[in-house]
Ligand binder design. Structure first.
Ligand SMILES: CC(=O)/C=C/C=C(C)/C=C/C1=C(C)CCCC1(C)C
Ligand SMILES: CC(/C=C/C=O)=C\C=C\C=O
Ligand SMILES: [Fe+2]
Length: 563
């Protein structure tokens, strides 16, 4: 297995494209190394750390003091904690549990997300720009040890060292010192050298046990240690497929890693597969775009048991926007309704395209699941693919600007979204359909950040978990359990709270689809926060555990079971 260890934090890090003075390392927040912290609930963490944490020598680091929280950045003071930068690099300790965590829940929930949105006095613009913050909830014997840690990407280390952004983030572009530097930067954009490796979107456990944090850039694939949250090194793809970007959400099972590599030169996508224990992606097949001028954004895609579904969304990558120093209204993308929207289905084994249909225009970040629809004789007649669909309106990207997230004044400004259900016929008809899978008012017309029981991946399923809305709001603020059979949703909500993606963990040995728990991390209005465990079936709270400090919002998670 090939990982490259990242150079030590003490090594010199400079911006890739600009000449900058070599400033001393800005070690702002690693405090109290080796200090044994007595938690606010009076638990002696020394005993717990020795007994339960895989790396017994790991120091327990004190949570931020109220003063430190205030000091995050001058601008952050009155923001909801969900949109406030994490004030220190790491923390770990035991949380006091209210309620009962099932004894079968043994393992680690990891959540990744952009948790630091400033460097020095400079505040980032967009939710997706933040440097990656990993959060860990370790469950064992009904107890819960938690922690968070910054991912030591090159982009993060360079920014800290040089006290400015040094790589191209989602919306932020490093400021070129002069014209020559600007020309150099354009050159480095084509080589990928100036693109970020800030792995802030998700985290996956590969079939071979390696845990990898991911984002939209291929170089932003970073191996971490799920116990200590330490950055182990870059995940280097050993093939020669090239390309700079990929889907932020590969489909990962014990047997494979499937992903899409958009081709910005000859508009299309490579569908690739990587075996556990290797770093080599092999091409299954290629889909040529039917619209243009560039491939549609593929933040995620779904699979069925036999097919990989390649969405071709009219929100397309835009080479010109990549070159711009200032963000455009749709960032690195452009909305091309005239280019139409398509769904393609490729056979996982042969790479043959079995369907390529035009569908109504759509906007989605996240596919929920897909499955093959059969007739009475068991013949596959169509593919059903579900996604969190933003009513083919791109406004949601702008709503996720930090200024918008931080300025909620009671106005109901979250654009409507629904569960969009595609039907892709396999009989050669040229059109597919897209309809709401249930009445969107069931979940307050907010819909994103979804999970399912992973045992139902690619199969006919009944339940999904997602964030919905209790209006008025400016961001999804509920957890919702969707029942596609009854076309009903059950919602969890607490006033002013921002819960992150509800993540389903199945009970080992379960036979019912919703037999398990749903984990989320909630950022509260008063600046505090807690880990929440709901029963997957009743969707009632079974446990919560307060963090000693509120956490910023996070995106996607994964489960690392303890054998
Ligand atoms: C956090 C999240 O969901 C999305 C993050 C997206 C990123 C970091 C996108 C980065 C990109 C560039 C820096 C240039 C190339 C295009 C693109 C992949 C959008
Ligand atoms: C948080 C989000 C959308 C919320 C919309 O209501 C999208 C996140 C995308 C990246 O993972
Ligand atoms: Fe995502």
């Amino acid at each position: 297995m090939a990982f490259t260890t990242l150079p030590s934090i003490r090594n010199s890090i400079s911006c890739p494209t600009m000449l900058v003075p070599d400033m001393p390392h800005n070690n702002i927040s690693l405090r109290n190394k080796g200090f044994i912290y007595k938690g606010q609930h009076g638990i002696n963490l020394r005993d717990f750390t020795k007994a339960n944490v895989a790396s017994p020598s790991l120091p327990v680091i004190a949570p931020p003091t109220p003063e430190e929280r205030k000091e995050t950045t001058a601008d952050d003071r009155h923001h909801h904690v969900a949109w406030t930068s994490i004030p220190q690099e790491r923390w770990e300790g035991e949380l006091q549990v209210q309620g009962k965590i099932p004894l079968w829940l043994k393992g680690t929930y990891l959540r990744n997300g952009p948790g630091m949105w400033h460097i020095e006095d400079y505040n980032f613009r967009h939710l997706f720009d933040g440097y990656a913050t990993l959060v860990r909830l370790g469950f064992q014997n009904g107890r819960l040890v938690a922690g968070h840690r910054q991912i030591e990407s090159e982009a993060y280390r360079a920014a800290k060292k040089n006290k400015k952004i040094c790589y191209r983030e989602f919306s932020e572009v490093p400021k070129a010192a002069n014209f020559l530097a600007y020309v150099g930067e354009l050159a480095s954009l084509f080589s990928g050298a100036s693109l970020t490796d800030n792995a802030n979107t998700g985290v996956v456990k590969l079939g071979d046990g390696r845990v990898v944090c991911l984002t939209e850039t291929q170089k932003g694939s970073i191996v971490i240690n799920p116990e200590t949250l330490e950055t182990v090194g870059k995940f280097e793809y050993s093939d020669s497929l090239g390309g700079l970007i990929h889907s932020a959400h590969p489909i990962v099972t014990d047997n494979e890693f499937l992903t899409l590599l958009p081709d910005l030169v000859r508009a299309g996508y490579l569908v690739v597969r990587m075996e556990p224990g290797t770093n080599e992606r092999r091409v299954i097949g290629r889909v040529n775009c039917r619209g243009g001028p560039a491939p549609g954004w593929v933040h995620s895609f779904p699979v069925t048991e036999h097919y990989v579904i390649v969405p071709e969304m009219p929100l397309r990558y835009c080479a010109q926007n990549l070159l711009k120093a200032e963000p455009t209204p749709l960032y690195k993308f452009e909305w091309h309704p005239e280019s139409k929207a398509f769904m393609h289905a490729m056979c996982k084994t042969s790479g043959k395209i079995v369907a390529s249909v035009e569908v109504p225009l759509f906007v989605t970040f996240h596919f929920i699941n897909a499955y093959e629809e059969q007739d009475e004789d068991g013949r596959v007649t169509a593919i059903i693919a579900d996604c969190c669909e933003h009513n083919s309106d791109t406004t949601i990207l702008d709503r996720l600007r930090l200024q918008n997230l931080r300025s909620f004044n009671g106005e109901d400004v979250l654009p409507d979204a629904r569960v969009g259900r595609f039907r892709i016929p396999l009989d050669g008809s040229p059109y597919g359909t897209l309809e709401a899978a249930l009445e969107p008012n069931e979940h307050g017309r907010g819909m994103d950040m979804c999970s399912i029981n992973p045992n139902y991946l690619g199969k006919k399923y009944r339940y999904a978990y997602a964030c919905g809305a209790q209006r008025p709001c400016n961001f999804p603020n509920t957890l919702t359990k969707l029942d596609f059979e009854l076309k009903k949703a059950k919602n969890w909500h607490e006033e002013g709270a921002v819960p992150s993606e509800p993540f389903f963990v199945a009970r080992p040995g379960a036979t019912e689809e919703d037999d398990g728990v749903v984990i989320s991390i909630v950022s509260e209005k008063n600046g505090e926060g807690f880990a929440l465990v709901l029963d997957g079936s009743t969707f009632e709270e079974i446990a919560r555990a307060k963090f000693p400090y509120g956490l910023p919002y996070g995106l996607h998670g994964c489960w690392v079971p303890k054998e």
